[in-house]
Write a protein of this length. Structure first.
Length: 303
């Protein structure tokens, strides 16, 4: 049986052959811009929004991106068309976009310094691992505040979606030691809530949905959708700094992320939160109507 295809620097190739050289700046400096989008019923959701965030991340990191958005969209659509043919009807794909500054020649005995090579552009897909997200809908997300803090915006702009993520690795390992099965929720240097490694954070208090200010976290596409659903449903929505005390006294809390869209939080630190909450259920129903399927059902019954 044929396997999935991928894209690398102007050509399509078997995904098993997709690789970056050891002297690529994406490895050497961690200078890797990325984005992840998903399909619903084998169609990419909000591709233009993801492309806009991808290009903004490239601009903010000085990673050249000479390929026009129209061509990026064509590449993405071709990969999805080819690779969804290998899926069962109930499965869906994640699509990953990757950009780096390219190779650094002198690191392998060739000519060329950092920033002198042609940039790297790659895309690949994988079936969404719904079983990985099943606990979010069976028992709710559990979050731990580790000692590791969010990187200050003065160091790395949080609007950049990138792979320089050692602090997240350390934070997740700490959270796993403190409470197996939990994810890390990071505070900034002022003690305010930011985000997890893979999701934006939302808190419900007295009927209002609040999220940290956008300038302090990654601009999530699923967060944008959730904000629009709040507006459509008449649910107040605001951006404001959130303290740990706010979270522990919330009526409910949620995570928004591309693979699963929206999930309820059942515990922060040692404090249980109402789960699943009524606002979460309203918003999840809104998501279901928007994408045309039962998200909870897809994840609970999927592989």
């Amino acid at each position: 049986m044929p396997g999935p295809i991928a894209y690398l620097n102007g050509r399509y190739l078997p995904q098993a052959e997709l690789a970056l050289p050891l002297h690529d700046a994406g490895f050497v400096f961690g200078a890797t811009v990325t984005d992840l989008c998903r399909t619903f019923q084998h169609r990419i959701f909000r591709l233009n929004d993801h492309l806009a965030r991808f290009r903004r991340s490239c601009d903010l990191t000085c990673v050249p991106q000479p390929v026009a958005d129209e061509e990026l969209a064509e590449i993405a659509e071709k990969l999805v068309t080819e690779n969804t043919a290998l899926l069962a009807p109930e499965e869906d794909l994640a699509l990953i976009m990757i950009a780096t500054p390219g190779g650094i020649g002198h690191l392998i005995g060739q000519t060329g310094d950092k920033g002198e090579a042609s940039p790297t552009l790659a895309m690949h897909t994988f079936p969404l691992p719904f079983s990985r997200y099943r606990p979010l809908f069976e028992e709710g997300a559990r979050l731990i505040i580790p000692k590791i803090q969010h990187i200050p915006a003065a160091c790395i702009d949080p609007r950049i979606k990138q792979r320089s993520r050692l602090h997240w690795w350390l934070a997740e390992r700490e959270a796993a030691r403190m409470s197996p099965g939990s994810s890390a929720l990071l505070l900034d240097t002022d003690g305010h809530i930011t985000e997890t490694a893979a999701a934006n954070f939302l808190l419900v208090r007295e009927g209002t949905v609040a999220t940290p200010p956008r300038h302090s976290v990654l601009g999530g596409i699923s967060l944008q959708v959730t904000e629009k659903l709040c507006k459509d449903l008449g649910i107040p929505f605001e951006e404001r700094p959130l303290s740990l005390k706010d979270c522990l006294n919330g009526n409910e809390a949620m995570l928004s992320s591309t693979p699963y869209c929206l999930a309820g939080i059942s515990r922060v630190q040692d404090t249980p939160l109402p789960w699943p909450g009524p606002i979460f259920e309203k918003l999840l129903a809104g998501w279901n109507r928007l994408v045309g399927l039962d998200l909870r059902g897809q994840i609970l019954s999927g592989r």
